[in-house]
Design a protein around this ligand. Structure first.
Ligand code: NAD
Ligand code: UDP
Length: 332
């Protein structure tokens, strides 16, 4: 809401983990939200609580296909903002159909950029720290060009996002759209899919269900985990920032830790007796990752405020409730 005007906002990927939290925050801010999603990795359940919300529409469509005209001609006024979060984000999911992943980033972003061009909406791409690949620079600043294996099994995602960034800045250079690019670092929280294969969802699900905890490699690789509410606040701040931007903006929590340290913390917080088992390190798995968030701090006044224990507590409670629900469904 700005000067009493209700924003009309498109959220592609709005039924996913981050997208559904973004929809909630935008609605709480008074916006009308059109969520578009093909439900590939997202779930209706993530937005079921919005079913009766008159300021929320869910349109099931694939962003690779032409964007349905009823979105730009909804009769609800001019679209103000287009957030593109649509893309499977966990390695097992984005590698399941690499061609579709690549096309989602390239053709899907092009379709949404063209929607923005036609409607005069501001566009935000949810890019990723994966554009830095297995980084030689540490921590990663936006000026680092990255170290990506362009032909490996992660390339459909990494190179897809890099191409989407290129296209986004081409639209900006040509004056065709006003754009923002967020480079998102590992984010966790309630509504991650239990089966999506990422480390936080895997480890917490394994701990609360008493199954073995899988550590890939020797567990010494590092990540920096950001709580979803902090990320959503950063995405909205970036989208609303009216001044000039020098390029993409890292959004993440600089609190870096090894995978083994994360596992120890989850075991301690859940009191789980799960055993830890080693599995092979996936190909091209980055050795370390930590964002430099100076740009976000200086330009947007943004920094994460949720410490890992607080974020994990909410996440563990959510996965524990999911586990009970699934036990009840299967009659165990
Ligand atoms: P997610 O898989 O939960 O959400 C992605 C959503 O996009 C899902 O609802 C899915 O159904 C939808 N989708 C996928 N392909 C689509 C297509 N072709 N057309 C329409 N909808 C499609 O993942 P997430 O963690 O919520 O990630 C959201 C965005 O943020 C993604 O673009 C991801 O690349 C980016 N990101 C996330 C993280 C993270 O740690 N969660 C880190 C870096 C970047
Ligand atoms: N990982 C792990 N056990 C798991 C899932 C992941 O040890 O059950 C490791 C993975 O190899 C990587 C890190 O945890 O080093 C983060 O993996 P995730 O898929 O969450 O994110 P990404 O690799 O995309 O940063």
């Amino acid at each position: 809401m700005k000067n009493g005007k209700r924003h009309l906002v498109v959220v592609a990927g709005g039924a996913g983990f981050v997208g559904s939290h973004l929809c909630d925050a935008l609605l709480a801010d008074g916006a009308h939200v059109i969520c578009i999603d093909n439900l590939l990795t997202g779930r209706k359940q993530n937005v079921r609580h919005l079913e009766r919300e008159p300021r929320f529409d869910l349109i099931e469509t694939d962003i690779i296909d032409p964007i349905p005209q009823r979105i730009s001609r909804s009769g609800k006024g001019k679209i103000d903002f287009v957030y593109n979060l649509a893309c499977a984000a966990s390695p097992p999911h984005y590698q399941a159909d690499p061609e579709h992943t690549m096309m989602t980033s390239v053709l899907g972003s092009r379709n949404l950029l063209r929607l923005s061009e036609r409607t005069g909406a501001r566009f935000l791409l949810a890019s990723t720290s994966e554009v830095y690949g297995d980084p030689e620079a540490h921590p990663q600043r936006e000026t680092y060009w990255g170290n990506v294996n362009s032909i490996g099994p992660r390339a459909c995602y990494d190179e897809g996002k890099r191409a989407a960034e290129a296209l986004t800045f081409d639209f900006a250079r040509a004056g065709r759209a006003d754009v923002r690019v967020a480079r998102i670092f590992n984010t966790y929280g309630p509504r991650m899919a239990a089966d999506d294969g990422r480390v936080v969802s895997n480890v917490v699900t394994q701990a609360v269900s008493g199954r073995d905890i899988t550590v890939y490699g020797d567990g010494s690789q590092t990540r920096s985990f950001c709580y979803v509410d902090d990320l959503v606040r950063g995405l909205m701040a970036l989208m609303r920032h009216d001044g000039p931007l020098p390029g993409p903006v890292n959004l993440g929590n600089p609190n870096e830790m090894t995978v083994s340290e994360l596992v120890e913390l989850v075991l301690e917080m859940t009191g789980s007796a799960s055993a830890v088992v080693r599995r092979p390190l996936p190909v091209d798995d980055p050795r370390r990752r930590r964002p430099d968030i100076t740009r976000a701090k200086e330009l947007l006044g943004w920094a994460p405020s949720t410490d890992l224990r607080t974020g994990l507590k909410a996440t563990i409670a959510w996965f524990a409730a999911e586990h009970e629900r699934s036990k009840a469904r299967s009659g165990v």
